[in-house]
Design a protein around this ligand. Structure first.
Ligand SMILES: [Zn+2]
Ligand SMILES: [Zn+2]
Length: 147
């Protein structure tokens, strides 16, 4: 078990304030990438009160820092972490351009390769998110056309 940074390093940190928990709950329920503005709307709908954008960004930043969620740069959206892994481990998102599903994967081989690449460059890696765009299993099926 690796500890990292500010106190603890456990998967469910104690510092989950109501705003952070609300953000995490929304991402978990959505189960798909959610943009920051949509997050504000969903929070407003859940609480009946519109949160200040800065507090939403702070909550999201916390989730990212603690490996509870990831940021998809290509869609400027946030997605709940699909499985337990170390915060510094590279993650690969398989993003379906048709239905928008974003599936998370990790790869031991890729993790090792990237660590070696960074070390060779004298680079200290932070978060690493690889985004692969294509078609998910469902959407690639020829029968699954119209609904
Ligand atoms: Zn993850
Ligand atoms: Zn799809």
């Amino acid at each position: 078990m690796m500890l990292h940074g500010k106190g603890g390093g456990a998967k469910t940190p104690r510092g989950l304030t109501p705003a952070r928990r609300a953000a995490l709950d929304i991402l978990t329920q959505a189960n798909r990438p959610v943009g920051a503005y949509e997050m504000i709307d969903l929070m407003a709908a859940a609480k009946g009160k519109r949160p200040a954008p800065v507090s939403v960004y702070r909550a999201l930043g916390y989730l990212l820092d603690h490996g509870l969620a990831h940021r998809l740069a290509s869609r400027n959206a946030f997605v709940v972490c699909g499985h337990a892994h170390r915060a510094e481990e590279p993650v690969i998102f398989l993003i379906c351009e048709q239905c928008g599903e974003a599936r998370e994967a990790t790869s031991f081989g890729l993790t090792r390769e990237l660590a070696g690449l960074a070390a060779a460059a004298g680079f200290t890696p932070g978060a690493c998110v690889v985004e692969m765009v294509g078609r998910c299993e469902r959407c690639a099926e020829p029968e699954g056309v119209s609904k």
